[in-house]
Every structure is written in C-alpha cells, then in structure tokens.
Design a protein around this ligand. Structure first.
Ligand code: DP6
Length: 338
C-alpha cells in the first residue's frame, strides 16, 4: 500500500471573457472560448491518500467527514468517474478545504474540481510532480479536460497567468493555453452578499441559449476574444476595463432575458457598479468591474491603484468585506509520508 499523501493546492480563477452556455451539457463542453486570470491567494487545498482497506471514498471537508448532500455527491461522482475511466485500483481518503469563505463569490468549483482531479490522479499514479504525472499519461492538458468534467471553469485553473480555454472542434479536443502576458493585475473581490446563490451556474448555462441576445453574443464573441487578447498584450487597462464591464453586463443581460429569466444582481450590486463608475469619471481611481454568476463584484485594476481604491472603499463602505487577490502562477503539487 502506498503510504504517501498527495496534496494539490489550486487557485480559483476569474473569467474575463465568460463561459456562458454549453454545446454539450453532459460533457460541460462550452459554446464559446473563454479567457481568465488565474488567482494567487484564493485556493483549494486537497489531499488524497490511497487506502486499500477502504470500500468507498472517504471525504473530509474542513476536517469533518461528509457522507451526504450535493457537495459530497459531486465529489464522489467525479472520483467514481476517474476511477472507472482509468481503471484505478482502490479507494481514496480525500481531505479538502478552501482558504476563502464558501459562497463569497470566489469560484470554489473551479479550484475545487481542479484540485480534486490533480490530487486524486497523483495519488492513483503515485506521481509527486507534474513531470511524473505527464510520464503516466496525465499532461496538464489531460488533467484540464478531466477537471472540466467536474466543472467547466475548473479546466482554466491548472495554468497560471492569463488562460485561454479553446473549446476545439469536439468535447475531446479542447485546449487550455497560457497567454503570453506578464501583467501583475489585481482582483479585489467585494463581498456584498455571502451565501448560496439561488440559481447555480450549471442551471444558468442551460437557460442562456433561450435568450434572444444569445445569438447576437455568439456572432461577436470571436472578435471580442481578439480584443481581450490585444488589451492584455498591450497592457492597456482602459481597453481591458471597457471590455470587462461590457462582457460582465452582457452575460447578466442574457440570463435576465432567457425564457426562464433570472437576475443575480442585487440593488447593492447595481449601486456599487455605479459608485465605481463615478470614481472613474471623477478621475479618482482606474478600476473596472467584472461579475460572475452571482451578486458580488470583482474589481480589476493595476497594482498601483489598490491602496487608492481601498481608501475610497473604506471611506464610502466601511463595513464591506473584501478579498484582495492578484494574478498567480497556478497549481502546486506536493507529496509527503502519511
Ligand atoms: C459565469 O464552471 O461554474 O463563472 O461547468 O456547470 O460547473 P459548470 O459551470 P461553471 O460556470 C462558470 C460560469 C461563469 C463564467 C466563467 O467562469 O467563465
């Protein structure tokens, strides 16, 4: 029996160009390419230990054993899928935790499924490094595709920096690639509301193609991708910011006009976005927003704007919680004796 514990520490990511709608929902294959920034501080840490005395997976979240519920089922389903696809022997003891509050607006399914895939495959193949994993047939591309089957956005978390997820011609031919850009951007997540969102992003993906805006979005998406890539290459914050805000509002407009419409935006969200725009119009701070499927706001800016922005935030919203993060280098894999 292997006595090693394999530990993956994987950051979450924030999408600039959003994955919003699926061509193949069962395989979480997206309708369009997306582009994201991998975070640095907000991480999921997952350890896996192969224990042949177990007759099922043992899953611990934040130190507590879990045996039921949605979260447990999703993890177990993904592990069962990996085990049966690759005929991996034995069951794993899995311990996972996030270093950020759950349901705060940081995409925990992105970091979570990427960390689970990485740590479990490492344990099953006794691989302590990315090189060893690749020698066992599990390149980053492969691990990324497997993570996607847990949650689409997870596939982007296995690379650092700015990441393009290309859907490819079929669900088995997706690729993730790093965009060459060394721009130390920041993401300050403003937590306006904590708690489970009322519509999961998985359900939103099903609804969005029914919006009359969806085909218009699709007709412009390739152009938008090029614009995003250009803004990153030029390190042009004004250009990037305008694209970010347009894209964020667009995905919300799409879900708000779907056949079963839904709005994630709270009055507080709308008020915060307009406060940010005022700051900018007054020339006080060069900060731009993006939004995920939720009501919290991601403030994207250059490093030099942070203290300035935070001083206005504390002046006008003294009680608001926020999480300060930045572009990061991607996942880590380690192993140690049990
Ligand atoms: C708005 O990856 O959470 O954050 O594949 O169903 O798990 P599933 O969806 P998920 O969708 C993320 C949607 C988004 C945009 C993005 O991250 O690209």
């Amino acid at each position: 029996m292997s006595s090693e514990v394999y530990r993956a520490s994987v950051p979450s990511n924030i999408a600039f160009l959003k994955y919003w709608g699926k061509s193949d929902p069962a395989k979480k294959w997206p309708t369009n390419n997306s582009l994201s920034m991998t975070l640095d501080k907000c991480r999921t840490s997952t350890s896996c230990f192969l224990d042949f005395s177990l007759s099922d997976f043992e899953i611990f979240y934040d130190g507590k054993k879990i045996k039921e519920g949605d979260f447990f089922q999703k993890i177990r389903k993904h592990l069962c899928f990996l085990k049966s696809t690759f005929d991996f022997p034995g069951f794993l003891r899995v311990e996972t935790s996030n270093n950020f509050p759950t349901a705060s607006g940081v995409a925990s399914s992105a970091s979570g499924f990427a960390a689970l895939t990485l740590a479990s495959v490492a344990a099953w193949t006794s691989s302590s490094t990315f090189l060893e994993l690749s020698q066992e047939g599990f390149s980053i591309q492969k691990l990324s595709s497997l993570s996607r089957l847990g949650s689409g956005s997870a596939c982007r978390s296995l690379l650092g920096g700015f990441v393009l997820w290309e859907k490819g011609p079929s669900p088995d031919e997706q690729r993730v690639k790093k965009i060459s850009c060394d721009w130390p951007l920041m993401d300050i997540l403003i937590v306006l509301k904590q708690g489970e969102k009322k519509l999961s992003s998985t359900e939103a993906h099903v609804r969005v193609p029914s919006s009359p805006l969806f085909s218009l979005r699709m007709s412009q998406i390739e152009e938008k991708q090029k614009d995003f890539e250009e803004a990153l290459k030029e390190k042009n914050i004004k250009k990037l910011g305008a694209l970010l805000e347009q894209e964020a509002l667009e995905i919300h407009a799409v879900i708000m006009t779907a056949e079963k419409p839904f709005s994630y935006l709270l009055d507080e969200t709308v008020a915060f976005l307009s406060w940010m725009r005022q700051l900018r119009q007054k020339g006080l701070a060069q900060v731009y927003f993006t939004l995920d499927a939720g009501s919290n706001v991601h403030v994207i800016c250059e490093e030099r704007e942070v203290s300035n922005f935070l001083s206005f935030l504390k002046r006008d919203f003294p009680n608001l919680a926020y999480i300060k993060d930045n572009v990061g280098k991607g996942p880590l894999l380690t192993s140690s004796k049990a």
